[in-house]
Design a protein around this ligand. Structure first.
Ligand code: ARG
Length: 287
């Protein structure tokens, strides 16, 4: 742990905060239905490869100093590896998901059970909401995607629950069907995003809120480069997102590339596999 400092850090030095993540192994991962543009049930899936790639991600998080809890996988729920979709946890409260597609509906209860074990109270969404897939916390604000999965009514329900600003952003490109496929929080004040995934109004909102946002190009977005996880300093993202990694490094972040190519067959990447539990207030700064 680094010593607390009263001195202002140079602007290019980024500070990491230890995080608490929940993940779910791809034990039963498969592509047997198509609920997004990435999924093709005729594509074979190598489950052992998926498990190895996933295990490498978990090991990386632990090596970075983060806490990782594992939600047990359940047979018959092939998308459960995408743990980010089960809830949004913020201020110690969970907004439990209600999935848009029946194929994933049963996942929600398993997330609720784990959240209960962790002592996190759960409000079950009355509206369709897919957790952190569409709800991205940036500092005090929650950016909320809609257009394919999570509804505007859910954004309102969440705002009433947590009493924080929830800012609606409309998604328009089916390849970027969840907000976390085209925008990620880098820290409490900055995001990286692919503008082409958003309506004109949504683009205006992001540009107004985050004038310093990192703009990724389509090539990086198409390898799910924006589906990354940042602790404020280390940004875990697909190794194929080389252009975005260079942009992040130029801004003082430390990009860490991982290969989740097997899971990309389900339309998900690093962030989709990672649910963040925002429960602690006594956060520790990493050196
Ligand atoms: N196959 C899953 C679905 O379509 C992928 C979910 C990816 N998760 C995410 N957070 N974007 O629901």
């Amino acid at each position: 742990m680094s010593a607390p400092t009263a001195l202002p850090a140079p602007s290019a030095v980024r500070t990491a905060r230890t995080r608490h993540y929940v993940v779910c192994p791809p034990t039963y991962f498969d592509v047997v239905y198509a609920i997004n543009a990435w999924m093709d049930p005729s594509t074979p899936v190598d489950t052992d490869r998926a498990l190895q790639q996933w295990a490498d991600l978990v090991e990386l998080y632990r090596s970075l100093g983060h806490r990782v809890d594992v939600l047990p996988a359940v047979p018959g729920l092939p998308d459960m590896v995408f743990a980010a979709n089960g809830a949004l946890v913020v201020d110690g409260v969970a907004y439990g998901s209600r999935f848009a597609h029946p194929q994933r509906a049963a996942e929600a209860a398993h997330h609720r059970d784990l959240l209960a074990e962790l002592g996190i109270p759960v409000h079950v969404a009355e509206q369709v909401s897919e957790g952190e897939g569409d709800l991205v916390v940036v500092g005090d604000v929650v950016l909320a995607g809609t257009g394919f999965r999570t509804t505007r009514a859910a954004h309102a329900e969440l705002a009433a629950l947590i009493g924080r600003p929830v800012v609606t952003l409309e998604l328009v490109d089916p390849r970027f069907y969840h907000l976390d496929t085209c925008l990620m929080a880098l820290d409490d004040t900055t995001v990286a995003w692919f503008p082409g995934a958003f309506s004109a109004a949504g683009q205006d909102v992001v540009r107004t809120l985050f004038p310093d946002a990192v703009e990724a190009d389509l090539a990086d977005a198409l390898v799910l480069g924006l589906n990354g996880v940042s602790d404020g300093r280390h940004v875990v993202l697909p190794v194929a997102a080389t252009g975005l990694a260079a942009q992040l490094a130029a801004r003082g972040y430390e990009p860490v590339g991982v290969d989740l190519s097997e899971l990309a067959k389900g339309g998900g990447g690093v962030k989709c596999c990672t649910a963040e539990m925002r429960v602690r207030t006594d956060v520790e700064e990493l050196s």
